[in-house]
Design a binder for this molecule. Structure first.
Ligand code: C2E
Ligand code: CA
Length: 378
């Protein structure tokens, strides 16, 4: 690579920006790859949209620097004077918030600032800050949702689902805090906490005679990328005295798609030791089949949205295909999000092995699950 290519690249970017703006507009570089554009004398908001789109579109063509072609994309955050701020500092801050939201929405996106975004960012920051002490303060707890054998209607497994009892905000669901825990890598200690507590809890249920019931745990990509993840799981199993055959780890397809050396190593090691692997939200990834083949998954969990819209012919076709594929590779088929008798009957009829969803039970607190297991005993 020629020298100073980074600087030359940035100059080319600035040139491309300049080609899209008027002489009166002010363009400056405010950070590594961040530019600010001040667009004065705008009377119609549509013009702002047009300028932003023009810039985003202009970057769809690659840039040529010293004979090398580079692709780049633009994410634009927009703040309007005076609605979003009366001085440069607050306008820049709001544009920055909007830009992060634009980035979240994918590449080549634009986002206007609004007050909801501000609240969202504040909430995210609070969560980030408070999550650090959530384990230590005993604020995390687990619910368990039964997985039911489609034919016998008996509980064969319980999926542990985490919740956070925040001292001021009340109960926060995992959809809100798990992505932040992943971002901050707190998911590693949280994941370990989940595993330890859920294994201990299952051991308690086994003591009451329910030794036919397994446990299923959701695992994040970050956890699986840890070189010592498999060893950690095996250690917890030994400490709690739970046999590996009772544990099923639910991993999403995206983990497999982004698969790196450690992920494969951990999954193989766990598989060999008898821990079961289930592919969660199956059918949403774009490259599923290849990974199912290499991984030898024990079960496939049909993504909830296919079940939700089971009346649509296309979803029926997808569900039928997943069931038939799963059975060909000796994997059990689990359907999640089953809410109605009609969905249950269809899935059972098609050969789905295990059913999970509000039709049988919502996620339960441990004491509720104890009662459920008593009633739902073999
Ligand atoms: P998931 O693994 O797809 O879990 C199923 C989600 O669907 C749960 O939401 C559950 O409460 C909900 N659900 C169950 N039955 C039904 C139904 O019949 N209808 C509908 N509409 N929803 C149903 P929840 O508990 O909010 O968990 C959301 C996600 O958070 C989970 O999605 C999982 O990906 C993640 N998660 C939960 N606990 C953990 C954890 O300990 N570690 C990690 N890494 N992720 C977790
Ligand atoms: Ca799951």
């Amino acid at each position: 690579m020629p020298k100073n290519i980074g600087d030359r690249f940035l100059k080319k970017i600035a040139d491309r920006f300049k080609a899209c703006i008027r002489d009166a507009d002010i363009l400056c570089r405010i950070g590594g790859d961040e530019f600010a554009l001040l667009v004065p004398d705008i009377t119609n908001l549509n013009d702002v949209d047009k300028i932003a789109r023009r810039i985003i579109d202009s970057f769809k063509q690659p840039l040529t620097v010293s004979g090398h072609k580079f692709s780049s994309t633009v994410s634009a955050g927009i703040a309007i004077y005076p609605n979003n701020g009366r001085d440069g500092k607050s306008l820049l801050k709001k544009a920055d918030i909007a830009m992060y939201k634009a980035k979240e929405g994918g590449k080549s996106n634009l986002q206007y600032f609004n007050n909801y975004l501000s609240r969202e960012i504040n909430l995210r920051n609070d969560i980030k800050k408070d999550l650090k002490n959530a384990i230590h303060n005993g604020e995390l707890f687990l619910c368990y949702q039964p997985l039911i054998d489609a034919k016998t209607k008996k509980t064969v497994c319980l999926e542990a689902l985490i919740r956070w009892k925040h001292p001021r905000k009340g109960i926060i669901g995992p959809v809100e805090f798990i992505p932040i825990a992943e971002e901050t890598r707190h998911i590693i200690s949280i994941g370990e906490w989940v595993l330890k507590n859920a294994c201990k809890q299952l051991k308690e249920w086994h003591k009451t005679g329910r030794t036919d019931c397994g446990l299923s745990i959701n695992v994040s990509a970050i956890q699986l990328q840890q070189p010592d993840f498999a060893e950690g799981v095996i250690r917890i199993l030994l400490e709690t005295g739970l046999l590996p055959k009772y544990l099923m780890l639910e991993i999403t397809e995206s983990v497999l798609i982004e698969s790196v050396y450690n992920v494969k190593r951990n999954l193989n090691r766990l598989s060999k030791s008898g821990v079961k692997i289930s592919i969660d939200d199956f059918g949403t990834g774009y490259n599923s089949l290849k990974y199912v083949q290499t991984l030898a998954a024990n079960s496939l969990k049909i993504e909830r949205t296919f079940v939700f819209n089971i009346k649509a012919d296309i979803n029926k076709v997808i569900i039928d295909a997943i069931i038939s594929l799963g059975h060909k590779i000796n994997a059990e088929i689990i359907a999640e999000g089953v809410e109605t008798k009609e969905q249950y009957e269809y899935l059972k009829e098609k050969g789905c092995n295990i059913i999970q969803g509000y039709y049988f039970s919502k996620p339960l607190l441990p004491e509720e699950a104890t009662e459920f297991l008593k009633v739902n005993s073999n």
